[in-house]
Ligand binder design. Structure first.
Ligand code: ADP
Ligand code: GLC
Length: 498
């Protein structure tokens, strides 16, 4: 038997403690799936003020005590608390800091929606505090698994001579890219605050990008293994269209880059057990779904006949998610005789566009500008189709949840959407509808095809049954990560000069 591994995940989000998007869902689920494989997993996240408000039971990590974290010339105090991921023994380590983390939002102020202007310092502090905590407590994992740019300095601190010394030579890092568009580009001073030397910050240096410090680049350059959240996205980010300027270094590190599709956490997203929906149902007994639809229509003020499909959207309202091609010719889409319900928050421009459409199509289009977990579940359960026309999508989780809820995904075939939804073709293994071109026309054609099949009750029932029967749970992905960890431990330590 191979020995069990110890892994520390470091992330800015983790469900159910702090969530903005899919990163939280991954950190809430992957550690449990790895624990089920016999590994010891811990998670480190910031102890945001919003977590404190939830009143979760926590205990102070006394071994860590009150300790100082250096940023440039100054030091800031930190403490650590522990709790567990629900339904597991996975320990969640909450890093506390009055200066940087004890606030009501994750990246932005919860009331105003304005991003904090010291995010660079906040997450540099958090990442540094995590390494400090490891040193003080003496608990050292085999692998530090870092997620997204907020943790990008960690691999650099460990690999670089100008980084943080004193970690064992066999400590390895894995860095996962959840979204390459958010890179954490900050003024050069941030590199000095983090303690790096001149050579990595000069033009073309390891953490420099167009005259700024780039945390995503730091993670990619200095980690032992890079992963991203679907095989297709792993290929896409090596091209100029999806690479946001980092395609060159990703190509250069192609041998160390692995795409692993996220899973769906069926302990949270399952119509059979979901406590947030009005009526439970299964693939074999799907009746409850009709009640969920009725309930959702009431909540959204919708008055659709039962032959009119309801299309759900739950999304951050940002350009990534395809609202441009959705809104471009919305009137034509409405001619397909469908209803639409949108739940989301994001850019003001989309708030306005969507609100105007809801006014125009009162009774047929409902728009809820909110972040609301209960409503997200009710849309998954009560809709007939789920729309994700994303411009790019590293993985995407809602299409996977949708299939479990018998809500047929209509998606643009990009990233993880291409890897998880099989386009309808009557051959008997399709699970949704997919289109390739990022155009209003291609989106319309896919919805038109879905609309036609919806009218054929038997074909639709069959499709729903197939989608609901699919197993996209975390087990397979967790085994793929286990494989990545073992291969990473076999790699020779990459000693980087600069
Ligand atoms: P991304 O991480 O790019 O936002 P994903 O599809 O991976 O996209 O994950 C989004 C997650 O966030 C899902 O769990 C989804 O239900 C949730 N979500 C997005 N917007 C909202 C919202 N307005 N209210 C509640 N949950 C939301
Ligand atoms: C990012 C991506 C999304 C992915 C999620 C979790 O937020 O935008 O596609 O599912 O991370 O990996």
């Amino acid at each position: 038997m191979e020995r069990k591994l110890s892994i520390l995940m470091v992330s800015a989000e983790a469900h159910p403690f702090a969530k903005v998007g899919g990163l939280a869902d991954v950190i809430g689920a992957l550690p449990r799936a790895l624990e089920n494989l016999g590994h010891e997993v811990k998670v480190a996240i910031p102890y945001y003020g919003s977590i404190k408000e939830k009143g979760i039971e926590v205990a102070e990590v006394k071994e860590a005590g009150l300790f100082d974290v250096a940023l440039g010339e100054r030091t800031y105090p930190a403490r650590v608390f522990r709790t567990q991921l629900p339904g597991s023994k996975v320990e969640v380590l909450l890093i506390e800091s009055e200066d940087y983390l004890d606030r009501n939002g994750i990246y932005a102020d919860a009331e105003t929606g304005q991003p904090y202007d010291d995010n660079a310092e906040r997450f540099t502090f958090f990442a540094r505090a995590v390494l400090r905590m490891l040193k003080i407590t003496g608990w050292l994992p085999d692998i530090i698994h870092c997620h997204d740019h907020q943790t990008g300095f960690i691999p650099a601190w460990i690999a670089l001579p100008s980084g943080i010394q004193g970690f064992p030579a066999n400590l390895r890092t894995v860095f996962t890219i959840h979204n390459l568009a958010y890179q954490g580009e900050y003024p050069m001073e941030v590199g000095y605050l983090a303690g790096f030397s001149e050579d990595v910050m000069k033009p073309m240096g390891g953490i420099e990008f167009h005259g700024k410090v780039n945390l995503m680049k730091a993670g990619i350059n200095y980690t032992d293994t890079i992963t991203t959240v679907s095989p297709t996205y792993a290929r896409e980010i090596q091209t100029a269209e999806y690479g946001y300027g980092l395609e060159g270094i990703l190509k250069h590190r192609a041998d160390d880059l692995v795409g692993i599709l996220n899973g769906a956490d069926y302990s949270v997203w399952n119509p059979e057990t979901d406590k947030l929906i009005p009526c439970n149902y299964t693939a074999r007994k799907p009746k409850g779904k009709t009640k969920c639809r009725k309930h959702l229509m009431e909540r959204g003020g919708l008055t659709l006949g039962k032959d009119v499909p309801l299309v759900g959207i739950v999304s951050r309202l940002v350009s990534q998610k395809g609202f441009d091609i959705l809104c471009e010719d919305f009137d034509r889409i409405m001619e397909l005789d469908i209803g639409v319900v949108v739940l989301g928050l994001g850019d003001e421009a989309y708030h306005e566009l969507l609100t105007a459409l809801a006014r125009k199509y009162e009774g047929r289009v409902a728009v809820m500008l909110d972040f609301n977990e209960e409503m997200a579940h009710q849309i998954e359960a009560g809709s007939d189709m789920f729309l994700m026309p994303s411009k790019y999508e590293p993985c995407g989780l809602n299409q996977m949840y949708s299939m479990k809820y018998g809500t047929i995904p209509v998606v643009r075939a990009t990233g993880g959407l291409a890897d998880s939804v099989t386009d309808y073709d009557e051959s008997g293994d399709s699970t949704g509808f997919a289109f390739k071109e990022y155009t209003a026309e291609a989106l319309y054609s896919a919805l038109e095809r879905a609309r036609k099949v919806f009218s054929d009750r038997d074909a639709w029932k069959e499709l729903v049954f197939r989608a609901m029967s699919l197993d996209l749970s975390w087990g397979t992905s967790a085994r793929a990560y286990e494989d990545v960890y073992r291969k990473t431990l076999e790699k020779r330590k990459s000693v980087k000069a600069g």
